[in-house]
Design a protein around this ligand. Sequence first.
Ligand code: SF4
Length: 460
Amino acid sequence: MLGIKRQQVQIDQDRNIHSKLSFYRTPPLKEISLDEFEDLAFTRIHLLRHVESAVIRSLRDEELKQFISKVEEKTLPLQTVQRGIDINYESQREKDNISHYILRLAFCRTDDLRKWFVTQETVLFRYRYLKSNKEEREALIKDLKLSYPVMTEEEKKSYFDFLKIATPQMNAIEAETEIFYKVPFEEASELVQKRIVYIRHGVAFVPQREILSIILYQFKLSLESDLQMCSKMLPKIEDDDRVSSIIRNLMNHSIETTDTAVSVSGSLSSGEVDKASAHFPLCMAHLHKKLREESHLKHGGRMQYGLFLKSIGLSLEEALVFWRQAFSRKITDDGFQKNYAYNIRHNYGQEGKRVSYPGYNCLKIITSNSPSAGDHHGCPFKHFGADSLRENLSRYRLPNSLSPLLNPVQVEELMGLAQKNHFQIACTRLLEYSRNEDNLETVINPAQFYELSKTSTLKK
Ligand code: SF4
């Protein structure tokens, strides 16, 4: 076994504010308002959820860059400094640093949360590294002070045949001129897993061009240990009630707050709902179908579907007409006024506490109030049995089309995602197939699905 010490990463802390490749070694010292605090936290969660979606899709580097950049630009843009371009780079880096540190407070609590956060942050770092230029990369490597021993010419000569075989990403000429670092094999775990590095007696011979894998290992290690430390400081941090209540509720409420990103254009009349239902996600299409079949929905279904229709533009007056007509086969006018009209007005903020309620987002539909027998609410990807989901997916048609959209392989792909609990990704894939577009933002709200479906059909 060769004696290679594990590296301790040291960063020139002052440099980080000028680079987008940050190991987040410098906690922010700036004072910000609670509103900004909350806003930055929610924004980063939104970005990390999108990163998670990229991870689940196992995207290659080029696809990863494309997939994340759209959302990064809208949430926490972080550009390479370019002379002559009027961008407040310092503010971008500051927001990135502050939002990262806020989420540390929320995600340091349990093993699962730490694991989730480290995974998404590491992929975000990878994405930013892939988008960085040569100068940024070189500066980072210098700052990390990674001082792995370099393979000598003699060592290279004696192991050259093995190096060539073990690093198929390089041809023989490239391998001859490449610098190889001697790295403890556990620090090169990604390369080891991919079987693209030569290992001898516990040492991985890592080509310089694969150094990203080592940097990512160091990033992960450093973040894991910082989160452990942060969790020990939590009782002190939680002395401040204002901050602790935001942090405690961050997971649930942050995801709900991302609903503000869903803006649906136009209004809808009661007579247009049938036509509009061609653009509904499976959950709402199912509720619409059952309402038409049974002329009734139980409370959970009325709430989920009623608030969705409200969020896509059905006014209170139109909602009263829509539900009245939909129930007319079974419920009298009098019965409707007595038992249902109040709740509809309540949802629109015209009764009780006079709060105008938003539509449920996917997380709420997926995680709360599971449907019982006779209920039709919920998320089909989560709540339908395998046979029923497969049948629904196999039957799924585009607006105005007679033939099913998905072929059996695509149906099984979506079934597989649902079985692995990636419900929203499965839903997004369905939207992508139906609109023939790749890399759409992950569906977080049924109204977002409707809007994306409508607009992409209009574009055709
Ligand atoms: S993922 Fe969301 S939009 Fe899609 S079916 Fe489930 S609840 Fe509906």
